[in-house]
Design a protein around this ligand. Structure first.
Ligand SMILES: Cc1cc2nc3c(=O)[nH]c(=O)nc-3n(C[C@H](O)[C@H](O)[C@H](O)COP(=O)(O)O)c2cc1C
Length: 252
């Protein structure tokens, strides 16, 4: 009987930042966390081991809830600091040949146009090896960095994310695959009849389009999701191509 194929992904917990401050096995190069080398080394190893993708976790605030202060988090490097994973991603794709790199970005921290454009560029430079872990934001500290007092209510975050995905996909589809002509003899760079404004106007977002760059190799990034609630799983079922979940605890 032929072996059935299966897929492997690796969750790069704590994102682009220090991994294990003062753990016995963490080594002494304590000042290298803001450089890509450790992640590059890991990505090469994952590729050699046959993994499909490496997923970069992210959150975007310095936590401050314990004793109302950020001091303990910073003193012990608990979930902080974290650099932008979309900056790390191209280093990893440049150092590998087949491995997919999935970056985490929140639908409450980007405008869909900005996110669609960033993913499109990452997909171009990586020759189609980019994925997006779609998160909706989780703590109020993160929301406060973007000018809001609190996160939007849980289920509404997913409603917004639904609309976000619709805008993003329309932008990714706004250039037909053969819109780029690149014909030096006829003097035609791109065919305007194959590039379409989207004129999107929804409840939460508005965007004229088209995207400001041609269709990327995959068209859109591979969509990854980890919603655990009923609403989150509905969202994942609608949009995701790969779903990550907590392993259930086995009862004895
Ligand atoms: C393996 C795994 C990885 C996750 N990575 C992130 C992450 O990088 N950033 C983030 O804000 N949330 C992350 N989450 C949280 C999920 O996006 C989601 O908010 C959480 O699973 C709760 O889902 P729910 O709101 O539908 O209950 C992760 C969840 C899991 C299970």
């Amino acid at each position: 009987m032929p072996a059935s194929p299966f897929h492997l992904g690796w969750f790069f917990s704590k994102g682009f930042g220090p991994k294990a401050w003062r753990h016995p096995w963490a080594g002494s190069a304590v000042d290298r966390f803001a450089k890509p080398d450790m992640a590059v080394d890991l990505a090469r190893s994952m590729e050699r081991a046959g993994f499909d993708y490496l997923m970069l976790e992210d959150s975007s605030n310095v936590p401050y809830t314990y004793q109302g202060s950020h001091d303990a988090y910073l003193r012990h490097s608990v979930d902080t600091p974290k650099l932008d994973p979309t900056v790390l991603a191209p280093f990893l794709t440049a150092a590998t040949e087949r491995l997919g790199i999935v970056v985490t970005c929140s639908t409450t921290e980007y405008h869909p146009f900005m996110l669609a454009r960033k993913m499109n560029a990452l997909d171009h430079v990586s020759d189609g090896r980019i994925g997006w872990n779609v998160v909706t934001g989780s703590n109020d500290g993160g929301a406060q960095n973007y000018g809001r007092e609190k996160q939007y209510p849980h289920d509404e975050r997913y409603d917004m994310a639904d609309e976000f995905m619709e805008v993003a996909h329309r932008l990714w589809d706004s250039w037909e695959a053969d819109a780029m002509v690149l014909d030096l003899d006829r003097g035609i760079f791109a065919d305007g009849s194959k590039v379409h404004p989207i004129d999107f106007e929804g409840k939460y977002f508005k965007s004229r389009g088209p995207l400001s760059a041609p269709r990327s190799p995959q068209g859109s990034p591979v969509i990854c999701q980890a919603g655990g609630s009923g609403r989150g799983r509905r969202f994942a079922a609608q949009w995701a191509e790969t779903i990550i979940a907590m392993a259930a605890t086995r009862r004895r």
